[in-house]
Design a protein around this ligand. Structure first.
Ligand SMILES: *Cc1c(COP(=O)(O)O)cnc(C)c1O
Length: 462
C-alpha cells in the first residue's frame, strides 16, 4: 500500500466529514501562517533526525520498529477526530473498534467470557492485573521470576503488596521446585508467569506454573506483553518456527493475561491490553464519576479500567491493521514466523563462528551472544568487548549496525559458559531482537557486520 496516498485520503475524508456539520468562524488565536510553520517544522524535522533507524534491518537492538502503514493511516485518521476511549460518548466508533480488537485478542488466548480492554502500555495493563490480584488476595504476596520485567517488583511496591522473585533455571525460566517451595509457605496469592521474557525471550512453563498454582489455590497472571502474539506459532509439529504448544495453550486457563500490540502487533506506542478470564473482577473498578456523561446503558470502557482518558486512535489503528493482518497464523503469524526464522538462522551462524558465541539458543526472536577470541577469557573482558562492539558498530559512518546489550549475572553466565573466569559480578552481553520480518533477508549481513566489529575491537586491544 502507498502510505502517502492513504494519508492524503484520510485527510480528505476528514475534511468531507467535518464539512457536513456546516461552516463556523475560525479563531485568530490559533492561526499560524505557512511561513511560520515552515520555519518551525524545518527545525523540528532536523531534530527528529536524531534517531536510530528502527525501520531498517541494520537496527537489531531493542524491541523497536515502526508500526505498519495501515496502523499509521488508521491512527492518523482517528486522531484527526481525537476520540477518547474512556467512555462511549468520548468516541462511539473507536470504543466499538476496541471491543472488536479485544475480542480478537481473546480468541488468540482462548478466552471466551472475559473482561478486557486496551491500555496505554504493558506497564498499565500489568498494573491492572496486579491490582485485581491484590483485591482478591489482600493479605498475600505476588510471585514472579527473577527474569520477569522489573515493572512487577515496582508495581508490588506501589500496590503495597509483598513481591517475591523466584529463581530461574539454566534457560531463564521460572524454577518449578523453587515455586513449589514458595507457594508451600502459604504467603502467595498470585503468580506471574512470563510468556517471553524481555531480556532473553524465555518462556516460563505456564502449564506447569498453572498446575502448581492450582494445587495451592493461587491465581495465575501471564505477562505476555512481549511474547503474546507468539501464541500464533504454537504448534508442536511446524518446524522450524513452530513453538511447543503447552505453555501457550495453558494461558486459556490462567486468570489474566497482558499483551502489547505496540510490540509485536504492528502498532504505534500507546497500545497494551489486559484480559481477565472472569468478568466478575469488573466490580473492583467501580467508580462514581460525576464528570462522565453516560448516554447509553452499555458498559463503558472507562468503567473497567484504571486509566481514564485513552487515545481512541490506538484502537482505530489496531482495528484497521487487524482487518488486513489479523492475529491468525496466516496473518500476523507470518510476520512473527519470519523474525523467528531469522533468529534461528543467526543462531546457527553464531554457532559456526569463531568470533561470536551464543549465550543461549533463541526461544522466540531474541538472539543473545557475546564476542569470543584472543584475550576474552574472563567476564570482565567479555563485558568490555561487548560494550565496545556496541559502540563501534553504531558509530561506523558507512555501514553501521545497531545492537543492544543485556546485563547478566556471573551465576547465570557460569551456567552457560563455565569456561570463562568469573572475575566480576556480572557482564554485558549482546542482544538483538529480530522483530522485523525483513531481518530474515538480512541476517547474513548482520552476522558478518557484527563479526567485523568484534575483529576490529579485538585488534584495537592488541
Ligand atoms: C515490555 C514489557 C513490559 C512493559 O510494557 P510497556 O508497554 O513497555 O509498558 C512488561 N512486561 C514484559 C514481559 C515486557 O516485555
Amino acid at each position: 500500500m502507498d502510505l502517502e496516498r492513504w494519508l492524503d485520503e484520510a485527510v480528505a475524508r476528514h475534511r468531507t466529514w467535518t464539512a457536513g456539520f456546516g461552516p463556523y468562524r475560525a479563531h485568530p488565536s490559533l492561526e499560524i501562517t505557512d511561513e511560520r510553520f515552515a520555519e518551525a517544522f524545518a527545525e523540528f524535522s532536523d531534530r527528529l533526525a536524531d534517531n536510530y533507524p528502527f525501520f531498517h534491518p541494520r537496527y537489531a537492538g531493542q524491541m523497536l520498529k515502526p508500526p505498519h502503514p495501515a496502523a499509521m493511516v488508521g491512527y492518523l485518521a482517528a486522531m484527526l477526530v481525537n476520540p477518547n476511549n474512556h467512555a462511549l460518548d468520548g468516541g462511539p466508533a473507536t470504543a466499538r473498534m476496541e471491543r472488536e480488537v479485544v475480542e480478537q485478542l481473546a480468541q488468540l488466548f482462548g478466552y471466551h467470557n472475559y473482561l478486557g480492554h486496551l491500555t496505554t502500555s504493558g506497564t498499565m495493563a500489568n498494573l491492572e492485573a496486579l491490582f485485581v490480584a491484590r483485591e482478591l488476595h489482600p493479605d498475600k504476596g505476588i510471585a514472579y521470576s527473577d527474569e520477569a520485567h522489573y515493572t512487577h517488583r515496582r508495581m508490588c511496591g506501589l500496590l503495597g503488596v509483598e513481591g517475591h522473585a523466584v529463581p530461574v533455571d539454566e534457560l531463564g525460566r521460572m524454577d518449578m521446585q523453587a515455586l513449589h517451595r514458595l507457594l508451600g509457605t502459604g504467603r502467595i496469592g498470585t503468580v506471574v508467569a512470563t510468556a517471553g521474557t524481555t531480556g532473553l525471550g524465555a518462556i516460563d512453563a505456564v502449564h506447569e506454573v498453572l498446575a502448581v498454582a492450582r494445587h495451592y489455590a493461587v491465581r495465575v497472571h501471564v505477562d505476555a506483553a512481549y511474547g503474546g502474539f507468539f501464541a500464533l506459532l504454537a504448534d508442536d509439529d511446524a518446524a522450524p518456527e513452530g513453538l511447543p504448544s503447552a505453555p501457550w495453550r495453558a494461558i486459556a486457563e490462567c486468570d489474566s493475561v497482558v499483551v502489547d500490540p505496540h510490540k509485536h502487533g504492528l502498532q504505534p506506542y500507546g497500545c497494551g491490553a489486559v484480559l481477565f478470564r472472569d468478568p466478575a473482577v469488573g466490580t473492583f473498578f467501580l467508580h462514581d464519576s460525576p464528570y462522565t456523561y453516560f448516554t447509553s446503558d452499555e458498559l463503558h470502557l472507562g468503567e473497567i479500567s484504571l486509566e481514564c482518558s485513552r487515545a481512541g486512535a490506538a484502537a482505530a489503528a489496531a482495528w484497521l491493521t487487524f482487518r488486513l493482518l489479523p492475529p491468525t497464523r496466516e496473518g500476523l503469524g507470518q510476520v512473527l514466523a519470519a523474525g523467528r526464522r531469522a533468529a534461528l538462522h543467526w543462531a546457527d551462524l553464531i554457532d559456526r563462528s569463531d568470533r561470536l558465541r551464543l549465550y543461549q539458543r533463541p526461544e522466540l526472536d531474541i538472539v543473545t551472544y557475546f564476542p569470543v577470541g584472543g584475550s576474552l577469557t574472563t567476564l570482565s573482558a567479555v563485558d568490555n568487548a561487548a560494550a565496545l562492539v556496541l559502540a563501534e558498530a553504531m558509530a561506523d559512518p558507512s555501514d553501521p549496525v545497531f545492537l543492544s546489550t543485556l546485563r547478566v549475572t556471573s551465576q547465570a553466565f557460569g551456567l552457560r559458559a563455565p569456561d570463562l573466569t568469573p572475575d566480576a559480578e556480572g557482564a554485558r552481553i549482546l542482544r538483538s531482537v529480530l522483530m522485523k520480518p525483513e531481518s530474515e533477508f538480512y541476517v547474513e549481513q548482520l552476522h558478518s557486520g557484527v563479526e567485523h566489529f568484534v575483529h576490529q575491537v579485538l585488534s584495537h586491544a592488541l
